[in-house]
Write a new protein. Sequence first.
Length: 448
Amino acid sequence: MHSFRYRGGKLYCEDVDLARVAEKFGTPLYVYSAGTILDHYRRLDAALAPLQHLICYAAKANSNRAILKLLADAGAGFDIVSAGELFRVLAAGGDPAKCTFAGVGKSGEEIEYALDQRVYSFNVESEAELEYIDKIAGAKNLRAPVALRANPDIDPHTHEYISTGSRENKFGIALGQLPAVYERAAKMRNIDIVGVQMHIGSQITEAAPFADAVTKVAPIVRDLKTKYGIKFFSIGGGLGIVYESSFESGVKEWWSVGRDRRARRGTMPLSIQQYVDAILSALGGLHNLKLRILLEPGRLLVGNAGVLLTRVRYIKHTGEKKFAIVDAGMNDLIRPALYHSYHEIVPAQEPICRASAAADPKPLEKIDIVGPVCESGDFFALDREMPEICEGDLLAIMSAGAYGFVMASNYNSRPLPAEALVSGDKFALIRERQAWEDLIRGEIDLQF
Ligand SMILES: *Cc1c(COP(=O)(O)O)cnc(C)c1O
């Protein structure tokens, strides 16, 4: 699942002691495991071997160029949601012919750029967008390759902010309207119908919603193949990852106490194989019709491959409560504040090793782990059972590789954190920490 483990009481990423990385580059610091990302990609690719397929990594989950390059070199395509992401992908050596351009609000400038770069497909979400793309392609004397995004009206049982495939969402075109919109598209002079796409949501931990959605859309796909000779069916991304008790082994007693408790609360992971099996059977032979199956995983590839390292600045007691105030804030990792999402938090130094003289580790205690930002929503964990935490301790906020850095902001005028990549026993900075100067770059003195 990931390459973070304790060795001799120290938390390692692959063969690198994370405390060393934190000392070299400072905190807060995102650290990613190249091995984990590639392992996830290759395992998904292998499971999809029975299908003619293309994995289009959803770049929005983590768009650092070094990460994009890893995946481009491994053969991945990309699902992009803006021209900026296409620009990044190209800068990382990605192949535009393997890029799908998603999103409900593409601008004229973005459409022009993607046309010029010859992306594989525009995944279109409305008739208005379709008309606009037709017009822009016409002006360029080009034909735009297009897939319509189907909204299968499936409840993926995930957080409402990341559910995208039900009737009430802004995403996609209802199945009932889809054939008519394809008919309109077929009459447009500068549109090539190349596929059909859907994406029902994110952090989905059951196979059933995926299978139900594929089953619902499959007959339409079959018709579209017959009528327009479409080339691909993209079933989107959304496969969830394990946020609770993600360590497989190598953790000591203090950990397993908490782990058992968490395991009872947490959901069991949906394995890549279970997910692919469910899709395969729901496709019901559709893929034998010379149809390429596209997947757009984001979180699955990078989520468990990253941690946010943060140092404890102060311990504060208020009445009943104990707080650890750390140097990372909600501006660095907003998921807990935004979705109330759970992140496992572990010390970089295994606590049992700290007091080498003491035979027994101290009992777990409840603590809030919070950031320095001036918002009560600025927390990473509330009432979390942890081994004793002290000032100066280095903590790892686990599973922060997806929707972590990419959602970071300068709120409270905090410079963006640095990012580092580990591969085997090597590690390197892949994005420098912002300096104070960066905070005012681009601001203009008023000159009326
Ligand atoms: C965000 C997104 C994805 C990736 O979602 P994950 O949950 O990270 O796998 C895939 N496709 C589209 C269209 C998206 O918007």
